[in-house]
Ligand binder design. Sequence first.
Ligand code: ARG
Length: 459
Amino acid sequence: MAQLWGGRFTKDTDQLVYNFNASISFDQKFYKQDIEGSIAHVTMLGRQGILTGEEMNEIIRTLKEIRADVDAGKLPITEEYEDIHSFVEANLIDRLGDTGKKLHTGRSRNDQVALDMRLYTRQEVLDTDALLKNLLKELLVIMEENTETIMPGFTHLQKAQPVTLAHHVGAYFEMFKRDRGRLHDIYERMNYCPLGAGALAGTTYPLDRELTAELLGFYGPTLNSMDSVSDRDYLIEFLSALATVMMHLSRFCEEIIIWNSNEYQFVEIDDAYSTGSSIMPQKKNPDIAELVRGKTGRVYGALNAILTTMKGLPLAYNKDMQEDKELTFDAIDTVKGCLALFCGMISTMKFNRKIMKKSANNGFTNATDAADYLVNHGVPFRDAHGIVGRIVLYCIEKDMAIDDMSLEELKAISPVFEEDIYDAISMETCVNKRLTIGAPGKEAMERVIALEKDYLENN
Ligand code: ARG
């Protein structure tokens, strides 16, 4: 049991207490950030004359050696240390003796861990953003290829009006684009350096906090030392953004599961992204989509857990906050894994265009357009709505589509109908006359695709 704080104690920690308290099993995940932070701290101590130039150089050189040894697997991070901070410091002292003992001058594990976690998370915000960008690129390919792929649009999971696959996928493009925006906002707000806050009240050493902030790529130092060591808002914001990503993914997954079902057959998930059944030989299951949908609960759980952990905590640091790590790491790894797999699944998925079109044809998705036709010929909308309602009833009885009715049949219900009704309610017309920006018409969609391309090039 290697501890940094034995001086004041007369008894060893109970083994169970030690195990319960220790964080090395998970905070080793940011050993690189811990060392990076220490290098910046020591560089600053040297420049401020708090350490000699020689001490500074020796410590930095040895910290780099430790990092290289851990990277190469030559120095295993073992559970005999309480946390990653103790591990690094103990190894430094092993290698450097008394000089190593100067590393922690003007620093506390409270500002150290606040820094490490922020450095780690900051990179993860960028990595998640890169995965989202890949997904958007994939979605844009599907959109470009499917501006004429007609499918039913749904409300209440009932066929409503025809749209195109480009338009449907474009809805998700917007969602994931907003997710990226959220990550960007979080980055801007979190990118301030807590190092130098000490345990809670700063230190009496003449630390240069601007310098360490700059060395570590932050916009500047945080402005209140008590807040610096007890702020976990940025994690809550990040987990909230991740939960929203998962919410979007789970909705898309749900649709893919429906589309891939025997009844719909709008899509076929590639063999490489499906699994079989141990008993039913015919089965090809959309497990990946289901698992992504399922893992959403886990990420929501992390957000709830950290909100609950932080609730009512008095200032400043409390050990409760150690709980932030496993939750955050798990949520990040989950979301990154889901994004990568989801991207692979949709890029290999086949779209059954004929079946989509047929489904749009068979679901009275042009009923609104039939009513609009009557309105354009002078019938008030409410009356037109009633007439088309009767037409739909007639078709259901005869098991036919509106387009299949003869002009005589149509005229029997309303004399306003003429031969041009068929063109007016064809799926192509229904979609392509919807040309306001954001609507599914091909030209409107092409304008949006150009905007999205531009967005991807510049963001
Ligand atoms: N493992 C601790 C954490 O994750 C590091 C900070 C420890 N500070 C302390 N005062 N015990 O929060």
